[in-house]
Every structure is written in C-alpha cells, then in structure tokens.
Design a binder for this molecule. Structure first.
Ligand code: SAH
Length: 355
C-alpha cells in the first residue's frame, strides 16, 4: 500500500524520499510546492521532475485529498459551508467566510467532538476520530483554491470547527506550522486563531510553542455552576484555572486572549452574569466575543433578542471590558458547528449506512 504524503512538511518529505533511489533532497520542497501551492494531486503533474522519478514516486506514495459531498450558501453570499469526506467516508464541515477585510476559513480538527457542550451540535454523536495534519490542511487549501477563482485567497484561519483542537494537539500545531511555511500558504501566525473549550495543559503547551497565535477560550459562563451545566469539561478544568491559563498565555505571547461567550436566554445573560464576568476578567489582556447561541433543535436553547444582546454588551463595556458582538454570518444556513454534518449522518442512518 502506498503512503499518503499530503500533510507532510519538507523535513518529513526529505525523510520519506530517502526510500527512493536517486531522489535528491531538494526534491522535497519542489513536491511540497506542487502539492500545497499548485494543488497537484498526482506526481505526473509535476513536470519539472523527470518522468522516471515521478513514476518511482507514484509507486510508493499517493497524494490523498478529500472530496466535497455537500455545500450550502448563505443568502447574502458571504458564508459558504462545505461538507468534506475523507477516504474512510468520515466527513467534516469547513466554513468559508468572506469579510470586508478578507477571507477566513473555519476548519474542523476532529470528526465530531467528545467535549459534550450542551448547546453544540458537533458533540451530539461524540467523537469518531481525530483528523490528521493533512486532513486539516486539506480544508484550508480547498478554500484557498475556491477563492483563487475570483483572484482572492485565504487571509485568516479560525480553528473553530467541530472538534477540540487541544485534544488533537500535535496534528493542529503541525497544521498551523505548515500554513505558515513559505512553500505552503506563507500565512502569518497572527492570522490564525485557535479556540479551545479550556483544556489547561493544552493552553500552557501552546503558550510555550513561541507562536503568536490568537487564543480563543470558550467561557460561556462566569460561575462554575452555570459553566458545568453548559460544559462538562468545567468539572475537570474549572473557571478559575482556565482564566489563569489564559492569563499565562497572554503573558507568554503578548497576545490578547479572546473569551467566547455564547448568550443563552435565561441561562447566562442576566445582569449579574455580566458583573461576574467583569470581575473575573478585569485587568487581563483580553477581549470578549459575544455570540447569540445558534439554536440546535435537540437542545432547546434560544438566544436573547438583539436588544438584550446589546444590553449585555453595554453592561460589560460599562465595567471597562473590551467587547465585540459576533456578526451573525450564515444564520440562514445554520453555520453553527456540526449542523450540516448532522443532517448528513441522519441521511445515512435513514439509508441504513450510519457511521
Ligand atoms: N472545541 C473548541 C472549538 C470548536 S467550537 C471550543 O470549544 O472552543 C467554536 C466555538 O463555537 C466555541 O466557542 C463553541 O462554544 C461555540 N459554539 C458551539 N456551538 C454553538 C452554538 N450552537 N451557538 C453558539 N456558539 C456555539
């Protein structure tokens, strides 16, 4: 069986190509550029490599890419969501968002999720498996190719699709380093945001990587009773420990941490919630991103109305916190994590081919 090299960096390619007779080490970067910058999926496309070398490579290696099996577009046309399937039939969602200031792609890091957050669709069926570096990269390069058709490209990446990045740590970090590599996307690390449910050891490990990434921490509540109710992981890493880890991250990297706070009617949107939140985060190099919850039918949680969302933002600002309201993009295509995939799974179950 041939080895799939999509997702290998140049060092890994050099190592792999040692198995091929007469293959000089500079070929590694050449092949990387073909795969990552020119979207080659077969060695025969790599015309600046000798024919014989291409044949030898093709007998040992393959370049495996995902296939798109569904897509949805928002009415405004600013958000598109794609369902990508891998060789084993597992599928994940990738979202492409066109902003005024550039294009961003939201990638998944696992098939499903094990974190169990009560408002999230990705976790309804648990986690099937983690994605490889290549499978995460595939989503970005697919989006980039798509945007190139209109002379654009990917300007930023948010690691906020389904899955918990810290539960697939090495693949995620290798993926980010690849996006930064000059032979791949050459993307600034400052243009990459990683969102975590709050796995403290992962946050500390990321802080030590020396990468100026934006860290987003999903907080969603300012007291442990409410947060544990919404996010079971809070029993392992309670609020105080998560916020301390956020503080350490900001100190180590000099980067402002974003706290994600999804507003759920009657659960975490009261004035005292805003006060608790301000007390918790005051003085920290951080920023709060408010997201009205995107309702998942099974979970029965609804967002407060727009006026109340604004009021909550005002309460926080009055306490001196920096707040943004997440612009609701693609609400009409249900851009909340996992909802397109959920429908796909339901369809497969109906056909008797469930995962
Ligand atoms: N596992 C990571 C990243 C994936 S989720 C994390 O927990 O951060 C990305 C963000 O979307 C998280 O802040 C998550 O809590 C939020 N989210 C998930 N489902 C949502 C929903 N239905 N409505 C609003 N935000 C949601």
């Amino acid at each position: 069986m041939q080895t799939n090299i999509f997702g290998y960096d140049v060092a890994a390619l050099k190592n792999a190509f040692q198995a091929i007779e007469g293959c000089q080490s500079y070929r590694a970067e050449q092949v990387a550029r073909w795969m990552y910058q020119r979207n080659a999926t077969a060695f025969e496309e790599m015309t600046d490599l000798g024919k014989e070398l291409r044949q030898r490579m093709a007998s040992v290696f393959v370049i495996q890419r995902a296939v798109i099996i569904n897509e949805q577009h928002s009415q405004r046309g600013d958000t598109s969501k794609y369902l990508l399937a891998f060789a084993d039939g597992m599928a994940v969602e990738t979202v492409v968002m066109r902003h005024r200031y550039g294009n961003s792609v939201c990638v998944s890091t696992q098939v499903g999720c094990a974190m169990g957050c009560r408002f999230c669709a990705s976790t309804l069926n648990g986690v099937s498996r983690s994605l490889t570096t290549g499978e995460i990269l595939d989503q970005v390069l697919f989006a980039d190719a798509l945007l190139k058709v209109s002379g654009q490209g990917v300007n930023s990446i948010v690691v906020m699709g389904s899955g918990e990045p810290m539960a697939n740590y090495q693949a995620v970090v290798d993926f980010i380093r690849l996006c930064h590599a000059p032979y791949c996307l050459n993307l600034s690390l400052r243009s990459v945001a990683v969102s975590t449910v709050g796995l403290v050891p992962g946050i500390d490990r990321l802080a030590a990587e020396g990468m100026p990434l934006t860290l987003s921490i999903s907080l969603h509540a300012a007291d442990d009773v409410t947060r544990s109710r919404l996010m079971p992981m809070n029993d392992t890493y309670p609020i105080r420990e998560v916020v301390e880890a956020g503080r350490r991250y900001a100190t180590a990297t000099g980067r402002r941490v974003t706290y994600e706070y999804t507003l759920i009617d009657g659960i975490n949107d009261r004035e005292f919630d805003a006060l608790n939140l301000s007390r918790l985060l005051k003085g920290q190099l951080c920023h709060i991103n408010l997201i009205p919850v995107n309702p998942v039918p099974e979970q029965g949680m609804t967002p407060p109305d727009a006026k109340h969302v604004q009021r909550f933002a005002d309460w926080l600002e009055a306490q001196g916190l920096s707040v943004t309201l997440r612009r609701e993009m693609g609400g009409d295509i249900k851009a909340a994590c996992g909802q397109l995939r959920k429908r796909h799974l339901e369809g497969r179950e109906a056909e008797g081919t469930g995962e």
